[in-house]
Design a protein around this ligand. Structure first.
Ligand code: ZN
Length: 511
């Protein structure tokens, strides 16, 4: 080796050594790791955007941009968006996010670790603000203090809209008329906020303020509260003008709602709208509204993501369930929606022994459907195969069919393998009776621990104007229970029990 070559080699290595520190820092900043089993990649930065693919645990994602809590990542030959709180091992701040517990008795801990102390528990449907995520843990507000829950047992939702200040929101109309038998009055513009009273059908209120889907009104006792505008109509003067005024407008319920070129989810997105935006309707095509945009161009929006202010509530509400031709012990003339929980990319919970919830909910739904059909019911299934169906679409299917009952089937899981039993949920008072009948029917047929009927803030119940219930048929997180409830014999008994409950409920309506 000559001196000349030695020199050149030395200079080369020096240059390499000097350059090294700059590379890895950049690379680390732009890369995150997926820390959940599967994570949806979406076409935009929000939960309402379409899913364009899925990435898996430990996948490394190259980040090209960031918007609030969403990361734009390289995805194949294109880019997509993922929720940042399911990536990386560093703490990620979460703004305007809430956690909703998917499980009963979910432990809230002092630290992001199962070895830390338990300070309390969340039950299914409990909602609370989220502060940040760290790996598989989410830091939350727990009764005014900070605590940590495992991300596997919660879902993340946008913070309720009342938290977002919206001072320039105009008051669209002067009066709001309640169109359901009983409507809860809430302290805040939020379904989970404290109930401070109830109002009845036909009551008119002056609109003091609005906040997206909520209307602020003053009650007889002088107190003010919020009503969910879904369950009433707006009018300019008095109730008599409501009908002539007929509504040819719809209001968007969710931020980032897709407006499309045609009445199908496969058609191009021409624009996005935010919660509270209103549009003139020119036509209705199946489940879609044809709307007129500001520039007078036409677009389509799915009916299950909007509220049509004057037309949306059917007159014979809530459901009477009595149809003349029906005889006791039969379901002839009744339409019943059977909703097999989860499906497709959404597996639901996974059992201690590996059962996917989405598989057994479908098997159970099929069996229940055949029993109900045999009794003369018109059965509508929200899915009949392993496909993903949006929760709002499921509700919309029930609304379209003017269903007499909507039965959602699930299996439970919780962060504690000893928890077991079955629970029947309802949300609105008009759903409670059906829940009680079906729960009693189940209790006569299955030997699981009875966890009772409970109100549960599930979207398929909450947004449902029909008689809807959600049944959790045992805990897959308990290995003994998982073995039991995944058998054909259990499904036979459980569906027989649900069937008996439904028959008894409708027989009782005939009296
Ligand atoms: Zn489920």
């Amino acid at each position: 080796m000559t001196n000349n070559i030695m020199q050149k080699t030395m200079i080369f290595f020096l240059a390499v050594i000097l350059l090294i520190p700059t590379f890895p820092v950049d690379a680390q900043e732009n890369e995150v790791t997926v820390n959940v089993a599967s994570l949806k990649v979406r076409s935009g930065p929000g939960l309402t955007y379409d899913t364009i693919g899925v990435v898996s645990r430990n996948d490394k994602l190259v980040v090209v941009d960031k918007e609030n809590d969403w990361l734009q990542i390289k995805f194949g030959s294109t880019t997509g968006w993922v929720a940042s709180w399911y990536t990386s091992n560093e703490a990620v701040e979460m703004t305007n996010k809430q956690v909703v517990s998917k499980a009963n008795r979910l432990n809230v801990r002092t630290e992001p670790s199962t070895s830390s102390a338990v300070i309390g528990q969340l039950n299914e449907g409990d909602q609370t603000p989220a502060y940040k995520s760290e790996g598989e843990w989410i830091e939350i507000d727990f009764q005014g203090r900070k605590g940590w829950v495992n991300a596997a047992y919660i879902t993340i939702a946008e913070q309720s809209e009342n938290e977002v200040t919206n001072t320039e929101n105009p008051i669209p109309e002067k009066l709001f008329v309640v169109s359901v038998d009983i409507l809860n009055v809430r302290a805040k513009a939020d379904l989970s906020s404290k109930q401070i009273g109830q109002v009845t059908k036909g009551t008119q209120f002056e609109v003091l303020d609005t906040n997206h889907n909520w209307v602020k009104v003053q009650l007889d006792n002088g107190k003010t509260g919020w009503l969910y505008s879904f369950y009433g109509t707006f009018s300019n003067e008095s109730q008599s003008t409501t009908t002539s005024e007929s509504t040819n407008t719809i209001t968007i319920l969710y931020n980032g709602t897709n407006l499309r070129s045609d009445s199908t989810t496969n058609s191009a997105v021409v624009k996005r709208a935010d919660a509270g935006d209103t549009f003139e309707v020119s036509d209705k095509v199946n489940d879609w509204y044809k709307i007129v945009l500001e520039d007078k161009s036409i677009a389509y929006v799915a009916s299950w993501v909007v509220s049509a202010s004057n037309t949306i509530v059917p007159t014979e509400y809530p459901i009477e369930g009595t149809k003349q031709s029906r005889k006791k012990g039969t379901l002839k003339g009744l339409s019943i929606v059977i909703d097999a929980g989860h499906g497709g990319n959404d597996r639901g919970t996974t059992g201690a022994l590996g059962t996917d919830e989405k598989d057994i909910t479908l098997l159970t739904a099929e069996l229940l459907s055949s029993k109900l059909q045999a009794a003369g019911a018109n059965v509508i299934m929200t899915r009949q195969s392993d496909v993903y169906v949006d929760l709002r679409k499921r509700v919309s299917i029930g609304h379209q069919a003017a269903a007499d009952a909507f039965i959602s089937l699930h299996y439970d899981a919780v962060d504690n393998s000893t928890v077991r039993g079955y629970t029947t949920y309802y949300m609105h008072s008009y759903q409670k009776k059906l829940a009680e009948y079906v729960h009693a029917g189940l209790g006569n047929m299955i030997s699981l621990r009875d966890r009772g009927t409970q109100p549960g803030n599930y979207l398929v119940l909450r947004e449902n104007r029909q008689n809807a219930i959600l049944i959790e048929l045992g805990y897959l997180s308990n290995p003994t229970e998982e073995r039991n409830v995944t058998t054909r014999q259990f499904r036979e008994q459980a569906t027989h029990g649900i069937y008996n409950g439904i028959i008894n409920y409708f027989d009782n309506q005939l009296k």
